[in-house]
Design a protein around this ligand. Structure first.
Ligand code: FAD
Length: 466
């Protein structure tokens, strides 16, 4: 008999629990991907994500073809396509790995019920997280809103043991179902914008494995010392791979544990812990999104709903300057150009540009989150929401509102030689390093940093007692 394996954002065969669920129920497998962006509501994949998805799907299709079981590609209503495919092939069940975005949860719940009413088996599994969001509660039975106690509680629940091996061969449907060519999904941008992406990224499971290997062997040793320096290639670069499920967090955890078992040097223990803590932030972000599903658009803490942001007609020109890297504050402009050119921005610089947008420009964090959503290859609703709410000061574990990043000091501290600035603002390359960090080095700054810092503090003071 036959089972459908419904791929979504788990675009790999290794550590894919839905694959093993399906193979326990059936011999023949129909792997399918259904393009249905409307079902993700406001958060359909943005432009950079679509580029990644295209290439990651191509990689997955290649892996499946090698095992004799071609990927079926469809477009349209997910439930209707799954039903059609079950009818066409006589499949007895549908298996998939879970997602945690509110729209996806609602859709998947509806689909599971409908398929079961049809008399089909329908089961989901966890491929994306170390710990399910509902597995951890505070002593009082509530979800966590603070990271450190969350991660402490999580340590006791981390998965252990071995991952199931990838089958060398898979048995396809007796009659191959119809499939669209990948190009029919039109995921690649029509403009030349993504021209530099292929030089920077290799989407798919193979690219993810290579990154993880390089990181576990070598880069992690300097992670704590260099992770905050945007000019360095000192972090794992795994975020888009984790978002699309080219690789899963269990694979990352276990690879890091193996590296530790081989080398118990104290430096490696400390930096590995530090790195796994960042993986912990990803888990925490999903915990928050699951328990507070309104947070992609609304502040976690209600009193921030009254925050006196500027109005769209007043900030439109400043928002455009920020998006295009034309604010006149070099570290902000460098970051926004890195984002536009490569689909990624270093974490430290994300914090700087987000602070500049929300505090110095007093533009709502939701505008920044939307721009990131469209331009980041790692755009992830859980992580992006946490990052923006944290920086704006209205989310979980946020920095106190009175701590407004000074972009010049940040730039001097984390890019002391100006290497990052020169890379992304080549027109400034000839300036002496001390001038390079200063607003106005390249173009007049759109705001005065000290004045707008005070304006932000005054705005926060107005809601403080609320
Ligand atoms: P590493 O330092 O190697 O970390 C390993 C992994 O841990 C990352 O791949 C990521 O999955 C996770 N991680 C690290 N830092 C964080 C964090 N602060 N929050 C949640 N998970 C984290 N990350 C996204 O994946 N998608 C987003 O859309 C996103 N938007 C952000 C927006 C803002 C305003 C900020 C401040 C941060 C955002 N981040 C987002 C978090 C972080 O910047 C990236 O995860 C990180 O830069 C990815 O690089 P890396 O894979 O080399 O990270």
């Amino acid at each position: 008999n036959t089972a459908i394996l419904w791929f979504r954002r788990d675009l790999r065969l290794a550590d894919n629990p839905a694959l093993h669920l399906a193979l326990r129920e059936a011999e023949r497998l129909i792997p399918v991907f259904i393009w249905s962006p409307e079902e993700e509501g406001e958060w359909a994949p943005g432009g950079a994500s679509r580029w990644w998805l295209h290439h990651s799907l191509a990689d997955l299709a290649g892996e499946l073809a090698k095992r004799g079981c071609p990927l079926v590609i469809r477009r349209g209503d997910s439930l209707a396509e799954l039903r059609r495919l079950a009818r066409e092939t006589g499949a007895g069940g549908v298996f998939w790995n879970r997602l945690y975005e509110p729209a996806a949860i609602a859709r998947d719940t509806r689909i599971k019920e409908a398929l079961r009413e049809d008399g089909l088996e329908a089961q989901s599994a966890n491929s994306a997280l170390l710990i399910e969001p509902w597995q951890i509660r505070t002593g009082g039975g509530d979800p966590y809103r603070v990271f450190t106690p969350y991660w402490k509680a999580a340590q006791a629940l981390l998965p252990a043991g071995r991952l199931e091996p990838v089958p060398a061969a898979l048995v396809p449907a007796a009659e191959p179902p119809q499939s669209l060519p990948l190009e029919a999904l039109e995921l690649l941008p029509r403009i030349a914008w993504a021209a530099a992406f292929p030089g920077r990224w290799q989407p798919g499971a193979g690219g993810a494995r290579q990154r993880l290997e390089r990181f576990a062997e070598d880069v992690v040793l300097d992670y704590s010392a260099r992770r905050d320096q945007p000019a360095q290639d000192a972090t794992s670069g795994l975020s888009p791979h984790l978002h699309f499920g080219d690789i899963g967090p269990r694979q990352v955890l276990m690879r890091m544990q193996r590296a530790l078992a081989e080398d118990r040097g104290s430096g490696r223990i400390a930096t590995t812990d530090h790195f796994l803590r960042e993986i912990g932030w990803r888990e925490f972000a999903h915990h928050l999104l699951f328990h507070f599903p309104r947070t992609p658009t609304e502040p976690l803490y209600d009193k921030f709903a009254a925050f006196p942001w500027r109005k769209p007609k007043d900030y439109a020109a400043d928002l455009a300057a920020w998006q295009r890297g034309r604010t006149g504050v070099p570290i902000v402009d460098a970051g926004m150009r890195e984002l536009w050119t490569t689909g990624i921005m270093h974490n430290r610089v994300r914090m700087i540009v987000a602070s500049f947008l929300t505090k110095n420009l007093l533009i709502p964090w939701q505008e920044g989150a939307k721009w990131f959503w469209d331009t980041l290859v790692d755009a992830d609703l859980a992580n992006n929401t946490l990052g923006w709410q944290w920086t704006a000061g209205c989310g979980a574990d946020a920095a106190p509102y009175f701590r407004v990043f000074n972009p010049v000091l940040q730039s001097q501290k984390f890019d002391p030689q100006g290497e990052y600035l020169r890379r992304w603002l080549p027109e400034l390359a000839a300036l002496p390093t001390d001038r390079l960090h200063m607003p106005g080095a390249q173009r007049p700054a759109i705001v005065d940093l000290a004045e707008t810092r005070q304006r932000a503090l005054d705005a926060y003071a107005r809601i403080k007692g609320a």
